[in-house]
Design a protein around this ligand. Sequence first.
Ligand SMILES: C[S@@+](CC[C@H](N)C(=O)[O-])C[C@H]1O[C@@H](n2cnc3c(N)ncnc32)[C@H](O)[C@@H]1O
Length: 229
Amino acid sequence: MKFTDSPVIELTVNGTQLSIQQDNATMHVGTSVWPCSLVLAKFAERWSTVEDSSPPSPNPYAELLDFRGRRAVELGTGCGVAGMAFHLLGLTEIVLTDMVQVMPALKHNLKRNKAALGKYLKTSVVCWNNRDQISALNPPFDLVIAADVVYIEESVGHLVTAMESLMKEDGAVLLGYQVRSPEADKLFWELCGVVFEIEKVPHEHLHPEYAYEEADVYIFRKKAKSESE
Ligand SMILES: C[S@@+](CC[C@H](N)C(=O)[O-])C[C@H]1O[C@@H](n2cnc3c(N)ncnc32)[C@H](O)[C@@H]1O
């Protein structure tokens, strides 16, 4: 798995190279690229149905990763690499969100990759506990994307509520995941189990060069109303 603490992380997606400048020296986790985001992006690329791609057949993710006409939001985007990768895979209606402190690093990287992306992607300040910021995104979305966002126990409840309120009834969450805190991990899965049907992507479906034991990709769908009540 190619992950490095060098100042620049490069990731080729659908034939286009993204170049993300990270700053591991700052105290904010959002200014670094976290490896789950690369695992999630390359999983999506492997099974992507974007023109010219040739995913393995049969493709269990064909419908999920057919992004035509879909709208998406990424939570806790950090430097924005997952959102940018999904854009290159045809998910052109995507808004990248994070806390205000992370916006300079995100905006810098969006400018840096503007030529590769063909445009400057939408961004929005969204804290998971801020209902006004969530409503301002104009939900619901077909897809909610997130990578490596479960590490603070106190914010787990807000994260799960934000995911649920942002997605359509028939939408999906695509999550790159690694255990960062046992307490946050436990609470996250307890809360998710109440509202979502949870599908874990088998490790052999991840991109072989972008997979490591501790990282997983999950797909969440809303439970039917009567099941979760
Ligand atoms: C470990 S970083 C992962 C960043 C990026 N997704 C990646 O994988 O490279 C976690 C991200 O979640 C964001 N985050 C944490 N708590 C948040 C909250 N309560 N509201 C909004 N964003 C939050 C952080 O600012 C940070 O960018």
